[in-house]
Design a protein around this ligand. Structure first.
Ligand code: HEM
Length: 701
């Protein structure tokens, strides 16, 4: 009897309940209640929710605002709804059950909670084959001990725990409260001040639009957070009035700046976390976290199988001459110029981005042709996988050897130990490192690139003189320029983007995305700068100061420049921040980070530099298939690795587009006068000679 009483007491201590609780009772009732509520709401959304709105659709007798239809393009749903829906249902049930228990004064027991959640938990249990040669398409089983790490359609990880606005910090309310009480400043107010006022450095003296857009391509490779479903283009404004529903977090904008004074904002979708245990809202990444070209190859088996020609191992092509991307669902584009299909649905956000998709697409098919001749005995699947592995290797080399050294600075890359070696292996894999994308990384630091965007899209002749240009806002999700071979086309666009200088990476944001994002007529667009800030709050991202501390940097004590204030801001930026925020701990990570003075030799300040550095260390060291690893058979042979390391982005451009001449470093514009233009033949090649390192003598019986 005494033993039984002791056991009950132990249970009560562990669970925080009175002695009458048998482990799981409280959890069961909370979970059952949550299931009913979540499923009821889900059903309601499907039956009574706002209908999907497409351009010009008439709903309730009123013609939809065309810009609202662009909300669908915001929503970023990649695969079939079932992927996101089942995961989200689990996340919602576990979050709500946690809330129910906490409201009742019960502390959930992790083990019991997970056990009772099991029937409602959609997190798959993966069985991995440790001897598989190629990385999976969805990123699963990269880490053999934790197969779900970095897999598509799983929750993002966090550097710091979230700070939401609801009583139990579960994420029902975004981060909305100032430390001094009252609301945080309005995002458009921040955008209007911080992103426009003061002196703006002119365009970057060195770096071109190809650098900006490569960042966007990389972003889409590693992060894609879908927005709440129910209906993908969920409306969160009714004219000037924000709509109040759990999926919405719209905000006011001043009269006269846009058609209405309400800017529609849909909250991000969540995914279950840690075997559906109790806890807060965690946002989903539907792309693989790895730097693995899922942006081109897809992040699910279904997507990949739709992209690959099973008879040849090539990627299916489209366009009149069969050298563009294949045709895809029209809802991923605007206008009437048709839509493409690729590994990520944002392929046509701007024509320069589509050009990168086509670049890697063409290179894949070019390599397959050569490998097929070298190894006629290879099956189409083997051709596809070997080519994918080669191209991912080249791409990882471009990311770590060409792109990141510019963004983070070469010295910092060296200090972090992630600068590739010139030749040979450089194995740094650590199975304890989790490569999963961190929430704060994709919500703020990686968005630094929004500051580099310029206001138009252009086309250049072979001598790199400007042939034509059109405003950026006329190109969002429109494929006309990419398809038009006479004036633009991928050749003209690629010559232009490797020449035209991008904006300096600072706190100033181009009008085309700050006032006209996705607009279909003047006044009905969005402000990406405000959306970035609101997204951080939606995800419960703690303040700029919290991340300064996390990075070992001195937090701001006061909102002013100098050692006691904001040590990494110039006086002007610090002054602007002081007119916006009442307390230093209120400053949003995006606003604080993007307005820092850039580190020497880098395009970001110390806080963004720290967070980006940590993420890219994780992405490299936590990737068992990273191209520099000396692992057989997943890695390359020494001869193959030499060929991979020889390649450059410039050589890729040269092989796949009519560049004529090209600068050796694709990201440094010829206009900068730093490097000579060389004929394409002088750049590294990847033909039968180089690919002979992959020639395999068939085994004879
Ligand atoms: C004209 C070019 C671009 C446009 C129109 C654009 C537009 C957008 C939009 C609409 C979003 C979603 C915002 C939200 O709902 O939270 C977004 C997200 C994002 N953008 Fe951009 N962007 C562009 C270029 C870039 C560049 C150059 C970079 C980085 C170098 C970048 C990095 C990101 C990141 C990291 C996200 C979050 C992605 C996610 O987690 O789903 N973008 N962008």
């Amino acid at each position: 009897m005494a033993l039984l009483w002791w056991l009950l007491c132990l249970v009560s201590t562990v669970c925080g309940h009175g002695p009458s609780n048998f482990i799981g009772d409280y959890e069961t009732s909370a979970i059952m209640e949550a299931v009913n509520t979540v499923d009821g709401h889900h059903h309601q959304m499907m039956v009574f929710g706002q209908p999907r709105t497409r351009a010009g659709t008439i709903i309730n007798g009123k013609r939809m605002n065309e810009a609202m239809t662009n909300l669908y393009l915001f929503s970023r749903h990649m695969s079939g709804p079932e992927y996101t829906d089942t995961m989200t249902r689990s996340a919602k049930i576990s979050c709500m059950a946690t809330q129910i228990m906490l409201t009742r004064g019960d502390v959930p027991n992790d083990g019991a909670f997970q056990q009772k959640m099991a029937p409602f938990c959609s997190i798959p249990k993966l069985r991995c084959n440790p001897s598989m040669r190629f990385r999976t398409v969805d990123g699963g089983c990269n880490n053999l001990n934790f197969p779900l790490r970095g897999r598509s359609h799983t929750a993002q990880e966090r550097f710091l725990p979230p700070e939401y606005g609801d009583k139990f910090n579960l994420g029902y309310v975004p981060r909305v409260h100032s430390k001094l009480g009252g609301p945080l400043p309005n995002p458009r107010f921040i955008s209007n001040i911080l992103y426009t006022k003061g002196y703006s450095l002119p365009k970057s003296p060195l770096y071109n639009v190809a650098l900006t857009t490569f960042g966007q391509f990389l972003t889409h490779d590693v992060s894609s957070v879908p927005l709440s479903r129910g209906n993908p283009d969920i409306e969160c404004c009714d004219g000037n009035k924000p709509i109040s529903r759990p999926e919405c977090f719209s905000f006011k904008v001043p009269k006269g700046e846009f058609e209405t004074t309400c800017m529609s904002f849909t909250r991000s979708e969540s995914a279950p976390y840690k075997q559906c245990g109790p806890g807060t809202r965690n946002q989903m990444n539907q792309a693989t976290s790895y730097v693995d070209l899922s942006v081109a190859y897809g992040s699910t088996e279904e997507d990949t199988s739709r992209l690959v020609d099973k008879r040849t191992g090539k990627l299916i092509s489209g366009g009149p001459k069969g050298c563009l991307l294949p045709d895809g669902p029209s809802e991923n584009c605007m206008g009437n110029s048709g839509c493409f299909f690729s590994g990520d649905t944002r392929h046509s956000e701007i024509p320069e981005l589509t050009t990168y998709h086509i670049l890697f697409h063409r290179e894949h098919n070019r390599i397959v042709d050569i490998l097929c001749k070298l190894n006629p005995h290879w099956t189409p699947d083997r051709l596809f996988q070997e080519t994918r592995k080669i191209l991912i290797g080249i791409y990882q080399d471009i990311v770590y050897n060409e792109y990141l050294p510019i963004v983070l600075g070469r010295d910092r890359m060296k200090k972090l130990g992630i600068l590739p070696t010139v030749r040979g292996y450089n194995t740094r894999y650590d199975k304890n490192i989790d490569a999963t994308i961190r929430n704060s990384f994709s919500v703020a630091p990686l968005r630094f690139g929004h500051a580099q965007i310029i206001n138009h899209v252009g086309s250049a002749n072979k001598d790199r003189s400007l042939r034509a240009k059109i405003p950026l806002e006329q190109n969002f999700f429109i494929t006309t320029a990419t398809r038009d071979e006479k004036v633009f086309g991928v050749d003209g666009i690629s010559r232009w983007m490797t020449t035209e200088l991008g904006y300096h990476a600072d706190r100033f944001i181009a009008d085309s995305i700050r006032n006209k994002l996705f607009e279909t007529r003047p006044g009905n667009g969005f402000d990406l700068a405000s959306v970035d800030i609101q997204r951080g709050r939606d995800h419960g991202i703690p303040s700029y100061n919290a991340f300064r501390k996390f990075c070992g940097l001195k937090p701001a004590g006061l909102i002013k420049s100098g050692p006691f204030g904001l040590p990494d801001h110039d006086p002007q930026a610090a002054k602007l921040l002081s007119t916006i925020y009442k307390h230093p701990d209120d400053i949003d990570l995006m606003a604080g980070g993007i307005s820092e003075v850039n580190m020497k030799g880098a395009l970001v300040g110390p806080t963004f530099g720290c967070l980006m550095g940590l993420q890219f260390v994780n992405s490299r060291v936590g990737d068992r298939f990273f191209y520099e690893n000396e692992f057989s058979p997943t890695g390359f042979t020494p001869a193959q690795l030499d060929v991979i390391k020889m390649q450059t982005l410039s050589s890729l451009f040269c092989r796949n587009f009519k560049m004529g001449v090209m600068q050796p470093n694709a990201f440094v514009s010829l206009l900068a006068g730093r490097q000579p233009a060389v004929p394409c033949e002088k750049l590294p090649q990847l033909g039968p000679l180089e690919l002979s390192a992959w020639k395999e003598i068939p085994f004879k019986h």
